[in-house]
Design a protein around this ligand. Structure first.
Ligand SMILES: [Zn+2]
Length: 159
C-alpha cells in the first residue's frame, strides 16, 4: 500500500511500516524520537499532528501477547516515560492510547494527543478517524510542520 509522509514530501510503497523502519527503508528518518533495544519511537509517518507518537516493535509480530519478557519490561517503562514527556514538554494533558491487531503493519501503539482544536470532531474513539482525515488534508502547512518537527526534537531531548 502507498503511504504519504506527514510532510507530503514522500510517497512510499510499504507492506509493513515496522519492518520498513527496521530495514532502513524509510529514508529520511527525521521523525525518529528514540530507538531502544526492542522498540522504535517516532512521529506518526502519515499524520502531521504534533506529538502524535507511534511505538513500533523492532520484531515482526501483531499482538502484545507475543511480547517476550524482556519486551514486556522495556515497553511499560518506555511508554510511561513517553507519556510523561508528552505532558511535561508538549503540554499534552490528555492522550488516547490505541493498538489494533488487525493492522497491515506489525505491532505498533498509537499515543494520540488531544488538542483543543479537536473538540469540534467530538471525543473518544469515534472522533479519531475524522481528526486524522482533517489533519492529512489541512495540516501539511509550513507552520504546522514546524510544530511537528519541534515536538519531535523536544521529545528526543526528553527521552
Ligand atoms: Zn513487520
Amino acid at each position: 500500500m502507498k503511504i504519504e509522509t506527514y510532510d507530503g514530501k514522500e510517497q512510499k510503497e510499504i507492506d509493513c511500516i515496522g519492518c520498513a523502519i527496521e530495514s532502513g527503508n524509510t529514508n529520511p528518518m527525521k521523525g525518529t524520537i528514540i530507538k531502544t533495544k526492542f522498540f522504535d519511537v517516532h512521529q506518526d509517518f502519515e499524520v502531521p499532528i504534533p506529538g502524535f507518537i507511534i511505538v513500533t516493535s523492532r520484531r515482526h509480530f501483531l499482538s502484545i501477547s507475543d511480547f517476550t519478557e524482556e519486551e514486556q519490561i522495556e515497553f511499560i517503562t518506555l511508554i510511561s516515560k513517553i507519556r510523561k514527556g508528552m505532558k511535561d514538554v508538549l503540554n499534552i494533558e490528555e492522550a488516547y492510547l490505541f493498538q489494533n491487531e488487525d493492522s497491515r503493519h506489525h505491532f505498533h501503539l498509537w499515543m494520540f494527543p488531544r488538542y483543543d482544536w479537536m473538540e469540534k470532531f467530538g471525543r473518544k474513539i469515534e472522533s479519531v478517524r475524522p481528526i486524522l482525515k482533517y489533519a492529512k488534508e489541512n495540516l501539511k502547512t509550513k507552520e504546522n510542520l514546524i510544530l511537528v518537527e519541534e515536538a519531535v526534537l523536544k521529545m528526543k531531548k526528553y527521552m
